[in-house]
Design a protein around this ligand. Sequence first.
Ligand SMILES: Cc1cc2nc3c(=O)[nH]c(=O)nc-3n(C[C@H](O)[C@H](O)[C@H](O)COP(=O)(O)O)c2cc1C
Length: 368
Amino acid sequence: MTKTVDVLFQPFDGANMALANRVVMAPMTRSFSPGHVPNDQVVDYYRRRAAGQVGLILSEGVSTNTVTATGTPNVPNIVSDEARAGWKKVADAVHGAGGKMGLQLWHEGPFRNPAKTEHPDAPSWSASGFKMPGKVIWDPMSDAEIETAITEFVDAAVACKELGFDCVEFHGAHSYLIDSFFWDQTNLRSDKWGGDWAGRTRFACEVISRTRDKVGPDYPLIIRLSQWKQQDFAALSAQTPQELEQWLAPMVAAGVDCFHCSQRRFWEPTFEGSDLNFAGWAKKVTGKPSISVGSVGLSGEFTELYGPGGTSEPASLDALIERMETGEFDLIAVGRALLQDPDWTVKVRDGRDDELQTFTKDALMTLY
Ligand SMILES: Cc1cc2nc3c(=O)[nH]c(=O)nc-3n(C[C@H](O)[C@H](O)[C@H](O)COP(=O)(O)O)c2cc1C
């Protein structure tokens, strides 16, 4: 690194949270929770990241129900008593190590793989019943199903607070259930849950506002969003800054505190004519704090994981530091670098650049 990393280690006070530094552990599905219950191995995994001075840990995606929300084996939920007891141990361990943590609440929607679940015959839920634009697979969600899905998100968020977590993140990105409502290519509804931005944001806004009513005004609520989709990395839910404002403003009114803006490469501009990235634009159009993410400290981006190779070398943080020094966004989420090395944050802070590790796919095979 040629630049000082001080900006990463300034305390953060905003979005109803006080954090020791600006490093957020990105939510990463690990599939190490047999029976959908986070076990002691999972407890230690998160404890190590807290001991490694991560400012805020966001958990792997956590299912909001046991049937339609999940299609990935060994993903934890927050529904069963056993799972809640496991998460309580995680929260206590992270706090014991001086850290802070929130759960990412995840409904896989159309990207659930029914064949990999205990309920292969249950239809998957999504706004208009398809995964790829135009290819109908299931019925659109009924009003009753929408109501159930909202209630499940709210109940899960309330449980998260009761278990002692410091915030909640709703997974509204990457083509899953909430995102299937946002994107006009997968939401073709003509009722109040579709149509214009007011209609397409209604599902998320109901989740946020009803959660806000239950958890009170001070409990931090984050929503993760992405322009890109699993079906199309180049997709743009919002084509212009004006559309972005129409997308985000209703969620601000509903009571969200922070936007977590998922990109595969944090340095890429979102709209032509400006260098601002997605998190930069989210902060600019709402005035709310934002979290950026995407290939921090590594040479390759995360979707290359699934291609040949799957390794990424340590890379300079200079471009990130420059953006953070301008205040473009407030916090930076780090995924694979922290999955590879729980001590990544301290090594960066202390200038131990020669100890930064290459990310390899082996890091996915185990929890350490
Ligand atoms: C193994 C793995 C699992 C992931 N699981 C999730 C997830 O559950 N929820 C989510 O929002 N993003 C998930 N992501 C995306 C990351 O949160 C992050 O946005 C992405 O890895 C880019 O950050 P990085 O380049 O620092 O790894 C996952 C990424 C990886 C590598």
